[in-house]
Design a protein around this ligand. Structure first.
Ligand code: DAH
Length: 343
């Protein structure tokens, strides 16, 4: 029996050297320790061993059995560690710095383009501020030179609150606060949501976005206005654009203009985006009316300023190829998700 056990140990040690995988190890365990394994088969022989050798043989049997068991455990541990090591070193690496697109959502097109426009203005030294959605009648109208008798009030069909305040009808409602805050060295844009009691259709919404800006300093002129608008529009449309000014009217600017951009899609030949005219009306603007400066405590004899609005939803629609403004407020993921920028 002693010889058999020593042979088993030798055989096992030899075969252990060939174990390369976890399944090799399992096969070896079955071969030696399994129900029909070599060690299991030796056990009944103990019965026939003479009494004086029983103790010694019993101990030897245990020793071989423990040796096999412990060696296999150690081997399995090594193989597991090896496996982890291999995974770490293999092509199956996980790069934690890699951006992972889980497809859980995306920014709203309006947010994407708002960020883009803001970045352009920031690069030109502008500060981004904001306005309130609920405004006083004074800020929304009087402070921008629209007293209660002024016909311009009728154009902006207003949601009045029972306390006399309004849902701001335009971002210009923040002008007075902004001019007071930044004073005679203002270069500020203030995007925001506006509200008007519009009959809603593909081109009109009761809730819409504008981006407004003001520049105040000594000697601010129409040339500054044109420069900044042209720069901004060129960056937004990612090509050098042409702009033109037409006379306009706004109570808070004098003179007032409508700034058009030559259609960046057809280059002015006329296409569906520009309605065939070759030009897209995008930025109402002008030189800030002296009354507006005065109401913000700015000396209009010494300082001048220009202001501009940006029909922001319109810009988003042009850039995204959407032709129905209602989609932007709809939360309709089917339409918004595959949204791609045309330029
Ligand atoms: N507040 C005007 C509107 O909603 C847009 C506007 C026009 C803003 C001229 C301006 C501006 O700053 O100078 O119709």
């Amino acid at each position: 029996m002693k010889q058999t056990l020593e042979q088993i140990k030798k055989d096992f040690n030899l075969e252990l050297g060939n174990v390369k995988t976890l399944s090799d190890a399992e096969n070896l365990r079955v071969k030696f320790l399994g129900k029909k394994g070599a060690i299991t088969a030796v056990m009944p022989m103990l019965r026939d061993v003479p009494a004086e050798q029983k103790r010694e043989m019993g101990m030897l049997l245990n020793e071989v059995k423990n040796h096999v068991q412990n060696s296999l455990d150690e081997k399995i541990k090594q193989l597991n560690e090896q496996e982890i090591e291999n995974q770490i070193n293999s092509a199956e690496k996980i790069d934690i710095t890699m951006p992972v697109n889980l497809g859980v959502g995306s920014l709203h097109p309006r947010t994407i383009i708002q960020k883009e426009v803001e970045d352009v203005f920031i690069s030109m030294g502008f500060v981004v501020d904001t306005g309130n959605e609920v405004e006083t009648e004074f800020n929304n109208f009087d402070a921008v030179n629209v007293p209660s008798s002024h016909p311009a009030r009728d154009v902006q069909d207003t949601f009045w609150l029972t306390n006399g305040e309004v849902l701001k009808t335009h971002t210009s409602a923040a002008q007075n606060r902004i001019l007071k805050k930044y004073g005679t060295n203002a270069r500020v844009i203030f995007p925001g949501r506006c509200f008007r009691n519009e009959a809603v259709d593909a081109g009109h919404e009761n809730t819409f976005f504008q981006i407004e800006g003001v520049i105040v300093n000594e000697n601010v002129s129409v040339a500054n206005l044109i420069y900044f608008m042209k720069e901004m529009l060129s960056k937004v449309f990612k090509k050098e654009v042409e702009v033109r000014l037409r006379p306009g009217f706004f109570p808070f600017t004098e003179p007032s203009f409508e700034m058009d951009v030559k259609c960046p899609f057809c280059g002015g030949k006329g296409c569906p985006t520009c309605g065939g005219s070759g030009w897209i009306e995008l930025c109402p603007c002008g030189m800030i009316h002296p009354n507006v400066l005065k109401m913000a405590g700015i000396d209009s004899n010494k300082y001048s300023g220009c202001a501009f609005g940006l029909g922001f939803d319109r810009l988003v629609m042009i850039k995204s190829g959407l032709n129905d403004i209602r989609v932007l407020n709809s939360g309709n993921l089917k339409i918004l998700k595959p949204f791609k920028l045309n330029i």
